[in-house]
Design a protein around this ligand. Structure first.
Ligand code: FNR
Length: 366
């Protein structure tokens, strides 16, 4: 028996429901991680190594967790990250996520490999709703240029170039389910091979030769802020600052690419002290994603110095199981958790979230 929506009390509950109600191919594509899925598991459990050092006797009657990401004001310090093939889980696809994001004034990152067309997703946005674009770089740079400039002309406020996927990882759960219904409008133009699972069927256009040398070109074709999504070491964050990009997402693609890549939060704990040491905190915005399931995860990331966090699978599971009310509830649950936990650690706004409020000794930093 499928639980009613009100019986989902946290983001993990949606996953448990989705496992039972989703089509096998869709579940295989959404839930899979690379190889032995060690990184996918670690993404969430890494947060368990960080503990709080709450303050007491602070007035927390009013709690405000609004923030600014890439210059735009948002009600919550999280965003809906890019996840391909939304229609596998629900016939409305990414547009459904747009509607939920609107309701909660949360930013949505639009994937290159969306099931809905880019324009459909932009059209679903209302008023000054903020959307970002995730980019897989095509071997044909003219196609890439067209996509980027179209996104800018439609009002996208940030370009997230995915840099952790020169080749798609092996996701065996996905590969095992015979994939026939691509269900995407994708402009790859390349021949698809469905025997390797959904992910590989749609990704052969991605350019494995993409390199640091291409960054100036991106800067020359767009005025949108550039953010590298999938950075995994401090040396590359430094290089990103030097290359003049506005942001990085410390991410391992939800554990779907390199198995044994470290979690975003672990890398964050390594990166922020180095940026502070150099006085570079204001030169780049640092985001993380992967395994964020609780407001306490979000708060820990912000204490370490992240501007915001991306959340992927939980919204897909909520969407696939319950449609729009599901994603709405998932966001509301996070909001409620956020309010309570901000109070309990003694902070009334996100600018008060500092490294002194957490104990990171469990991360075994050197
Ligand atoms: C992704 N992710 C992803 N990233 C990206 O840059 N382009 C893409 O097309 C996709 N597609 C995609 C599909 C699915 C089904 C998942 C689960 C993930 C990665 C995504 O943006 C993000 O890094 C992770 O999803 C974050 O981890 P959680 O929140 O899913 O644990």
């Amino acid at each position: 028996r499928m639980p009613i929506l009100e019986q989902c009390y946290n983001l993990m509950d949606f996953e448990a429901v989705a496992r039972n109600v989703m089509k096998k191919t869709a579940w295989g594509y959404y839930s899979s991680g690379a190889d032995d899925e060690i990184t996918m598991r670690e993404n969430h459990t890494a947060f368990h190594k960080i503990w709080f050092r709450p303050r007491i006797l602070v007035d927390v009657e009013k709690v405000d967790f609004s923030t600014t990401m890439l210059g735009t004001k948002c009600d919550m310090p999280f965003y809906v990250t890019a996840t391909a093939l939304g229609k596998l889980g629900h016939h409305e696809g990414e547009v459904l996520l747009t509607k939920a994001a609107k309701k909660h004034n949360v930013v949505q990152m639009i994937p290159t490999l969306a099931s809905c067309s880019f324009d459909e997703i932009m059209d679903a946005a209302e008023g000054d709703q903020v959307q970002w674009m995730q980019l897989y770089v095509n071997k044909d740079r003219e196609i890439t240029k067209k996509i980027v400039q179209h996104a800018e002309s439609r009002g996208c406020r940030g370009l997230f170039i995915t840099v952790d996927a020169p080749q798609l990882g092996r996701r065996e759960k996905d590969m095992r389910s015979k994939f026939t219904d691509v269900g995407t409008n994708v402009q790859s133009g390349a021949a698809t091979d469905n025997s390797q699972g959904a992910a590989r069927a749609i990704s052969s256009f991605i350019d494995p030769a993409l390199s640091w040398k291409d960054i100036p070109w991106f800067k020359s074709i767009t005025k949108m802020p550039l953010i590298l999504k999938g950075v995994q070491r401090v040396e590359d964050v430094i290089r990103a600052v030097e290359a003049g990009v506005q942001g990085v997402v410390l991410s391992n693609h939800g554990g779907r690419q390199l198995d044994f890549a470290r979690s975003g939060v672990e890398v964050l704990a390594e990166v922020m002290p180095v940026l502070r040491e150099r006085g570079w905190e204001d030169r780049i915005e640092v985001y993380i994603d992967g395994g964020v399931r609780r407001a306490t995860d979000i708060i820990k990331a912000l204490c370490l110095g992240a501007k915001g966090v991306g959340i992927g699978r939980p919204f897909l599971y909520a969407m696939s199981s319950y449609g729009l009310p599901g994603v709405d509830r998932a966001m509301q649950l996070l909001k409620d958790e956020m309010e309570m936990n901000m109070r309990l650690i003694g902070c009334s706004s996100v600018d008060q979230l500092k490294p002194t409020l957490i104990d990171t000794r469990g991360l075994h930093m050197h």
